[in-house]
Design a binder for this molecule. Structure first.
Ligand code: HAM
Length: 449
């Protein structure tokens, strides 16, 4: 207990930090996020995609069944928890499973097909945090459900390419392309692969040993040295592909050639999620390879049926937002900033402050980005604050201005100022800022039905 007459001791708490592997999106980064979202929205709309948002968590079984029990995502990386009734739920580690669940649940197969859906959402994986690898990360993705045609695979790849181009980083990446065949062909190949690896377990890493009987395909893209040597000598998928898959792939390639999209055929590319069939692809960093791929996707013709829907073929793509932004920054690419303020309103005295509040609101309505009427400091202190906000103009209202019903507009870089009638301030500011630079919100016309 504190002694009588002494101040009670205030406990000093240690400030909180974000949990490991997650990060805040600070305002400077949000400019990139907003820009990226706009690019994605624009390209999606052009191509007829409509936005969908599925819940942050779903029943665990949805992911286990679609992504596959043997995948790293399901076996190691899921944020799984029980609700108060003991049901197992999981924070979504990727977007495709939820979108397909929604497609089935809402009978989207009754709508004109294919359904063209896109999303821009946070996802969660208990990954080992490192550069470009987080436990909460943003992905945008496109899903085309209800039609099978290599032209659709080509269009999805082209859409991804266009977005990378809009962000100014297309040249940094190369498209890695493969086909893993129809489900039947894949099953046959997986059995052959399993037979090949059985007896060689001692040369395999721990991960590959546990994957061997669950998903032998994954052994092909293991990065461990001994596993890579064995993978080099393993039977190749190409020899097990059925005619349909080969023809499908050749047609896709002819479309990519026609569209001038370059690619590297990579027979070892299998992807880390079980739902794929036929086309698989990833965009790899030309300097770092598979590490930190910015996006990937492929065809998943069996997934709708696997999740209980009427069979419907599908193809899709998803990209990692943090990785795209990191690459833009690496290339020193800046995005247009819409956050810069136009004006700081400084005042002196209670009467002036009262006049400032409606003025600031009027400026906002006119499309001028304004802050001010803060605190009780001198005009000079407020002007220093205006400098920190990096505004091109300040409006000053003191006792004289209140009496004369005027305001002073100061050009901060030139240091010159003019006196304007109070009720003409907003109009004059619009002239100074210029119609094209105003921030006028136009939500579109409302229809009352
Ligand atoms: P994915 O390859 O697992 O595919 O993820 C797509 C992209 O998300 C990756 O290329 C990467 O850029 C980003 N990403 C994944 N994990 C992390 C992480 N821990 N930290 C930061 N970024 C990460 C899918 O998710 C499939 N659903 C793609 C798809 C859509 N296939 C068909 N439709």
């Amino acid at each position: 207990m504190a002694d009588k007459g002494t101040e009670p001791e205030i406990k000093k708490y240690k400030p909180f930090q974000t949990p490991k592997g997650v990060h805040d999106i600070l305002p400077d980064d949000y400019e990139y996020h907003t820009f990226l979202k706009k690019v994605v929205r624009h390209r999606a709309r052009q191509a007829g995609f409509r936005r969908i948002s599925t819940p942050i968590f779903e029943y665990t079984d949805l992911f286990a069944r679609s992504i596959g029990e043997g995948s790293d995502i399901v076996s190691k990386e899921m944020y799984e928890f029980k609700d108060k009734k003991g049901r197992s739920l999981t924070l979504k580690p990727e977007g495709t499973a939820g979108v397909v669940r929604s497609y089935i649940q809402h009978g989207m197969n009754q709508l004109p097909q294919p359904s063209l859906l896109y999303y821009f959402e946070p996802h969660f994986r208990y990954d080992r945090p490192q550069k470009g690898r987080y436990r909460q990360f943003w992905q945008f993705g496109f899903e085309v459900i209800g039609e099978s045609d290599p032209a659709l695979d080509a269009q999805v790849i082209q859409l991804a390419n266009k977005i990378h181009g809009d962000l100014g980083i297309a040249e940094l990446f190369e498209l890695q392309l493969n086909t893993i065949g129809t489900l039947e062909a894949r099953q046959k190949y997986m059995q052959t692969l399993e037979d090949y690896y059985v007896g060689k377990e001692r040369s395999l890493c721990e991960d590959c040993n546990s994957r061997l009987h669950k998903n032998p395909l994954r052994l092909l893209d293991c990065k461990a040295e001994d596993c890579q040597i064995l993978a080099q000598l393993a039977p190749v998928m190409k020899d097990y592909l059925d005619k349909e898959s080969i023809e499908y792939h050749e047609e896709l390639i002819s479309y990519l050639d026609e569209m001038g999209i370059s690619y590297t055929e990579n027979p070892k590319l299998v992807r880390g999620l079980d739902y794929y069939s036929k086309t698989v692809f990833e965009f790899w960093d030309k300097s770092e390879g598979a590490q930190n791929a910015i996006g990937g996707g492929g065809r998943y013709d069996g997934l709708v049926e696997l999740l209980g829907g009427q069979p419907a073929p599908a193809v899709g793509y998803a990209a990692g937002v943090e990785r795209l932004i990191a690459n833009m920054k690496r290339e020193k690419i800046k995005v247009p900033s819409k956050d810069d303020l136009h004006v700081f309103v400084a005042q002196l005295g209670t009467e002036a402050k009262k006049k400032c509040l409606p003025l600031i609101s009027e400026l906002h309505e006119a499309g001028i980005k304004a802050v001010g009427a803060l605190g009780k400091g001198s005009i000079n202190i407020q002007l220093r604050l205006a400098d920190k906000f990096k505004v091109p103009y300040a409006i000053l209202i003191g006792i004289t201005e209140v009496r004369e019903e005027t305001a002073i507009i100061r050009d901060m870089s030139k240091g010159i100022q003019e006196t304007v009638n109070f009720d003409e301030v907003a109009e004059r500011m619009v002239e100074l800022i210029g119609e094209d630079n105003l921030d006028l919100y136009t939500p579109g016309e409302l229809v009352y039905s």
